[in-house]
Design a protein around this ligand. Structure first.
Ligand code: SF4
Length: 263
């Protein structure tokens, strides 16, 4: 019984997140950011830097980075380390697509607060029990590995009252992965319409947020935003299990987008 002795030796491996910050979660570089006080970029350099067009500039030449398009290839941090850096922390989910752009180009806090309030009101009944249906809308499979990891002893979403379900009829949340394959548009829509309302839709990964490298191709849409109404956006290619956990806790109203616990 080597597993028994190994269990005794290792003790409890399950994270205490979100009650306690987890060093692995807070140190993990889950996103790219623009350094404060970074020198300006020319629009041509910005356009040539990023394979997915995630880097742009504003009128003053300040870099903007759209995490919803970033596949975390690391190219911009190598070519312009004075402008871009890895951002530690896995709480990357947002309640609007626009909020994935850093630094924030506008500060309409009232609009963002209204979106959060509407989501919190709709999801109040999910706080203690959440059933999750996953739909693959053209994924490369990487997000599925991270979703499967949510069930292992380290993340163990069952301790939070969260369960995967095979039927959309039982689902409170749709986790949608993939770039929005054209062949999956109708099945995804049917799944969405089969769920009981209210349902929270989470776009999982950069592909689902924007289409990633294959946006708007013969086979894919620009992510899933035009196929279903997305409530929570999780960037990353793929996002880590902690990032998914962050999004699911937001869906239950137990965490705000910036990681602040609501109890
Ligand atoms: S790390 Fe992201 S933003 Fe930077 S070049 Fe790669 S895809 Fe573009």
């Amino acid at each position: 019984m080597p597993w028994f002795w190994r269990g005794l030796r290792d003790g409890v491996v399950t994270t205490r997140y979100p009650e306690r910050p987890d060093p692995y979660a807070s140190d993990f570089p889950a996103a790219i950011t623009v350094r404060s006080g970074a020198p300006p970029l020319s629009p041509q350099e910005a356009a040539g830097l990023c394979p997915t067009g995630a880097v742009t500039t504003d009128d003053d030449g300040n870099a903007r980075l759209d995490r919803g398009r970033c596949i975390l290839c690391g190219r911009c941090t190598k070519v312009r380390p004075d402008v871009f850096a890895e951002a530690p922390g896995t709480e990357t989910a947002a309640t609007s697509r626009e909020a994935l752009v850093v630094p924030q180009p506008y500060g309409d806090d009232a609009e963002l607060a209204a979106v959060r309030q509407e989501l919190a009101a709709r999801t109040a009944r999910f706080r203690r029990s959440l059933h999750i249906r996953h739909v693959d809308a053209g994924s490369d499979g990487s997000e599925e590995w991270e979703i499967a990891a949510l069930l292992n002893p380290v993340y163990d979403i069952h301790r939070l009252g969260m369960f995967l379900t095979a039927s959309p009829r039982h689902a409170d949340v749709l986790l949608v992965t993939g770039a929005g394959a054209r062949g999956m548009a109708a099945p995804l829509r049917r799944t969405y319409e089969s769920t009981a309302q209210p349902v929270v839709v989470v776009a999982v990964g950069t592909d689902a947020c924007s289409g990633g490298l294959h946006a708007d191709s013969y086979a894919t849409h620009c992510g899933v935003r035009n196929l279903v109404d997305v409530d929570i956006w999780v960037p990353g290619s793929p996002p880590s299990p902690f990032s998914l956990l962050h999004a699911l806790l937001m869906a239950t109203g137990r965490l705000l987008p910036d990681g602040e616990a609501t109890g």
